[in-house]
Design a binder for this molecule. Structure first.
Ligand code: AMP
Length: 569
């Protein structure tokens, strides 16, 4: 595929209402796109397919919807305020700003530059004499927060609040409610589909890098001592196209096709659930028409890993202009987030698993010396004590055996906390669950489906979208716009609509042009009403991909189309 495919799709998308630049009236703003009427229908169909594969197949995965605007504490606790930053390069001459790692990667073809510190970037800039596109010198790089700041309510002072950059935190902070909903059974998963915002430094590439986009995410909570995924046998033999971190570090970029079973046996993937979701992700994109050969799972290198992840595989799709682009991320978030929220909220975010036989467990009873701690922590004292009480026993023991306990910038002497270890019998096991997370960017998927569906036949464009995600399923046309044909065609259009078939009626152009338009927006079937229809109540049905036409009685049309559409569900 040539580079021009991207331009052709962007032009088609705008002309036909799939997607286009937002705020065009005011000159447009980078990183914001609007989905047009067909884009919205396509998006809904992609979401339906995602829900079918990732949620509905599972007894223990359910969906929630949490707010987009979050109090600052949520992203302080999650580590985003501190760590969700990118290095920014600013030209001292023209003032242009770039995301440093991307600039070095794309302009200078440098590898492994993600995750470098400003000092390391500066060293490269000096050594390689790297300049701005205008020829100007760069200033020393600084870290830039990708969080969109806001303030809740009419208060101009105090803490900043944020728009969420991921949906995941909504699931972590609701953990207690969700455990109750899951009827105290683990493993369980919580899904969320919704908008997120990231103040990307230099968003380009249309739908690929946006400042506001839709995420589809699952947080799957499991017991780290019993990490089995009950659904794994269904995908064990699925071959995954892997590009491991080890291979990349050896400068080898060849994809290895490894079954899910082997990948787990060889510890190429760290947890069952992660591997299971990767197999589903492969299937999901295939269902959307993105062939296996265009997909791979690239393991992130240690320097690229997000602060919460022990291992991440990016599911990438090979696109004509951009090469391998990440479409979904599969992260093993361990117990990082629950522990952080437990620390910041003072609430215990553990899971109590019922056991058949009681076991003896240790607990730690603490008696803090308020005379020492009170003056140090003031209004944070109570929260600190609650935090200590919420910690798992082993962790608390380790902490109390140190000389100082670090808490929100304070060093509290552990001698100020007397403790006693008590043994008791309980019929549950208490632990902080671990989390596997698949996270999909919807707009990138939407673009990739369009590119993979894009074909040319005899100089005409066909969008061969899989029938199940085609925004409109059937087009109804009169052969000519006279002699009662439009009236008859409208009747058939209404008949199909009543049968719940998503269809359109069009009589604006000649029949050739109507077919061409239907092909270009990916309508799988076109129904034409001609003079014979008036004589014997039959119509022709034309297939978008083969251009073959068959004739059939109107009486059979709804069931014929419904059967065809259902076959592709
Ligand atoms: P991440 O949390 O960074 O792994 O992102 C999850 C998914 O969101 C990625 O796999 C992408 O598909 C998508 N994504 C991330 N950043 C952007 C962006 N700036 N614009 C559009 N989609 C994005």
């Amino acid at each position: 595929m040539s580079n021009d495919i991207y331009c052709e799709i962007v032009s088609l998308a705008k002309r036909r209402g799939f997607f286009y630049q937002a705020y065009e009236l005011y000159g447009g703003r980078r990183g914001f796109m609007t989905l047009g009427p067909l884009g919205v229908l396509l998006k809904e169909n992609i979401i339906r397919e995602w829900r079918r594969i990732f949620i509905e197949r599972h007894e223990n995965i359910f969906e929630i919807e949490s707010p987009i605007i979050n109090p600052g504490i949520v992203f302080k606790a999650s580590g985003h305020v501190e760590k969700f930053v990118e290095p920014l390069l600013e030209c001292s001459s023209c003032g242009r700003k770039y995301r440093a790692d991307k600039y070095l990667e794309e302009k200078y073809r440098l590898k492994n530059v993600e995750g470098l510190t400003p000092e390391e970037i500066w060293k490269i800039i000096k050594e390689k004499n790297i300049k701005c596109e205008c020829g100007g010198e760069f200033k020393f790089p600084r870290m830039f927060s990708l969080l969109f700041e806001t303030r809740i309510g009419p208060y101009e002072t105090g803490e900043l609040d944020y728009l969420r950059p991921e949906a995941a935190q909504g699931m972590f902070i609701d953990f207690k409610n969700l455990v109750t909903y899951a009827r105290n059974q683990i493993p369980f998963g919580v899904a969320q589909i919704g908008k997120v915002a990231r103040n990307e430094i230099s968003p380009r590439k249309g739908l690929i890098r946006l400042r506001e986009f839709t995420i589809m995410e699952i947080e799957l909570f499991f017991d780290p001592e019993d990490p089995n995924c009950e659904y794994l046998p269904e995908v064990e033999d699925v071959e995954l196209p892997l590009l491991t971190a080890d291979k990349q570090l050896d400068e080898s970029y060849e994809i290895q096709w490894v079954t899910v079973k082997k990948a787990l046996e060889k510890s190429l993937i760290k947890t069952d659930w992660q591997a299971y979701f990767m197999a589903l992700a492969l299937e999901f994109l295939k269902e959307l028409g993105i062939q296996e050969e265009k997909q791979r799972f690239r393991e992130q290198l240690p320097n690229e890993l997000a602060h919460y992840s022990a291992q991440t595989y990016d599911q990438q799709v090979e696109l004509s202009r951009w090469g391998w682009v990440e479409i979904s991320g599969h992260a093993y978030r361990t117990d990082y987030d629950l522990k952080r929220h437990s620390k910041y909220s003072g609430e215990s975010l553990t899971f109590k698993k019922q056991l058949e036989k009681p076991i003896e467990v240790e607990s730690v009873e603490i008696t803090p010396d308020m005379k020492v701690i009170g003056p140090m922590l003031r209004d944070k004292t109570q929260k600190f004590i609650e935090h200590l009480k919420s910690l798992p026993v082993e962790e608390l023991k380790k902490l109390l055996n140190k000389e100082f306990i670090e808490y929100e910038g304070h060093e509290i002497p552990s001698s100020a906390i007397k403790f006693k270890i008590v043994k008791k019998k309980v019929n549950y096991k208490e632990f902080v669950p671990h989390v596997a997370e698949p996270s999909f960017g919807l707009e990138r998927i939407l673009y990739a489906t369009l590119e993979c569906a894009y074909r040319k036949k005899n100089g005409r464009t066909i969008l061969s979208l899989p029938v199940k995600i085609a925004p409109i399923k059937v087009a109804v046309f009169p052969l000519v716009k006279r002699d009662g044909l439009p009236e008859k065609a409208r009747k058939i259009y209404n008949l199909l609509r009543k049968h719940g078939i998503k269809c359109i009626y069009n009589d604006k152009y000649s029949i050739g042009k109507l077919y061409a338009e239907a092909d270009e927006i990916g309508i799988p079937y076109s129904v034409t009403i001609d003079y014979e229809t008036l004589k014997n109540d039959t119509v022709t049905v034309r297939d978008r991909d083969t251009w073959e036409q068959i004739r059939m009685p109107i009486a059979l049309l709804p069931s014929y189309l419904k059967k065809r559409l259902a076959r592709n569900e």
